[in-house]
Design a protein around this ligand. Structure first.
Ligand code: ADE
Ligand code: ZN
Length: 319
């Protein structure tokens, strides 16, 4: 039995398995530039974050209707149930869809349709986190946030993702300020490929409550002390870090050192269809490669609930 856990760093578009991509391509009359799912899988050898993002955005072409988004989310939730996930906070990238002519409402209605039945069908509570693409203009993020205003009952937080290095988070300060005024929680990717300064920036300028990845925080003792003292959670994605070459080998992953430093680190799958494993496989992988103790594995699972945006009563019941 997998340990009960929350998953807090999961891009729904990154759960698009090759088989589903081909099924949706056929349903929507779209030609994919790969012969079959196996040929597509063979393309999953990435040099860095950008080389992954290029394929990730390209494959999204198959997602067109509310049913496509609902099928995608339902497939993830079914898989997550088998991994002991009890709560999932799920990223989506609206600008990657609106830019190719899929209306914002189609994306949100489709995803929310699947999420609204996840508790009954899979015993998983769930919430949506809307990410802004940091390599796109600020005006596009503001426009996206305006579209979200009619869906505030379906979105719990905003995030920031896509190409990190060279795209400073500070440009998005006003977007995050407005999101907070609307009652949305705030998270951001930082310290994945970029240095520790990028983590300081999302804490001090965007004022996020949680940092996605944040592995390079370990290079800055003062930052580690701040994260520890303020119990700012980090949503760490070990398989992703290895596949995107932020870390050379699972055995060199900083996760164990993060736990030993007293950080609220969690384990997540990021884009599991692309990185070779869902959340339990990430737990099992780091447990073996880093020789984590049973206590450390329990801490990771407990941290996942502590770091979640569940209401206080539900959160404490898990701790
Ligand atoms: N979008 C999807 N996965 C991502 C990652 N690991 N980093 C940044 N943006 C992403
Ligand atoms: Zn991510």
């Amino acid at each position: 039995m997998p340990i009960p856990k929350a998953e807090l760093h999961l891009h729904i578009e990154g759960t698009l398995e090759p088989e589903l991509a081909f099924a949706l391509a056929e349903r929507n009359g779209i030609a994919l530039p790969f012969a079959d799912p196996d040929a597509l899988r063979e393309a999953y050898a990435f040099a860095d974050l950008q080389s992954f993002l290029d394929l990730y955005y390209e494959l999204m072409a198959v997602l067109r209707t509310p049913r496509d988004f609902a099928d995608l989310a339902d497939a993830y939730l079914r898989r997550a149930q088998a991994d002991g996930v009890r709560h999932a906070e799920i990223f989506f990238d609206p600008q990657a869809h609106t830019a190719r002519g899929v209306p914002f409402d189609v994306v949100v209605e489709g995803l929310h349709g699947a999420l609204s039945t996840s508790r009954d069908r899979y015993g998983i509570s769930s919430a949506l986190i809307m990410c802004f693409l940091r390599d796109q203009p600020v005006d596009s993020a503001l426009e996206t946030l305006a579209s979200a205003e009619r869906h505030l009952d379906k979105i719990i937080a905003v995030g920031l993702d896509s190409a990190e290095v060279g795209n400073p988070a500070a440009r998005f300060a006003a977007v995050f300020e407005r999101a907070r005024e609307l009652g949305l929680r705030c998270v951001a990717h930082a310290g994945e490929e970029g240095p520790a300064e990028y983590v300081w920036e999302v804490l001090d300028v965007l004022r996020v409550e949680r940092v996605d990845h944040g592995i390079r925080s370990m290079e800055d003792p003062e930052l580690v002390e701040r994260l520890r003292a303020e119990r700012i959670p980090l949503t760490v994605c070990p398989f992703s870090n290895v596949r995107l070459r932020a870390v050379d080998h699972l055995g060199f992953h900083p996760l164990k050192r993060m736990l030993e430093a007293g950080l609220v680190a969690t384990v997540n799958s990021d884009d599991p269809a692309y990185f070779g494993g869902y959340v339990q496989e990430n737990y099992d992988g780091v447990a073996a490669a880093l020789e984590l103790t049973d206590d450390q594995i329990c801490t990771l699972a407990r941290n996942s609930f502590e770091a979640s945006f569940l209401d206080e009563a539900t959160r404490s019941a898990y701790l």
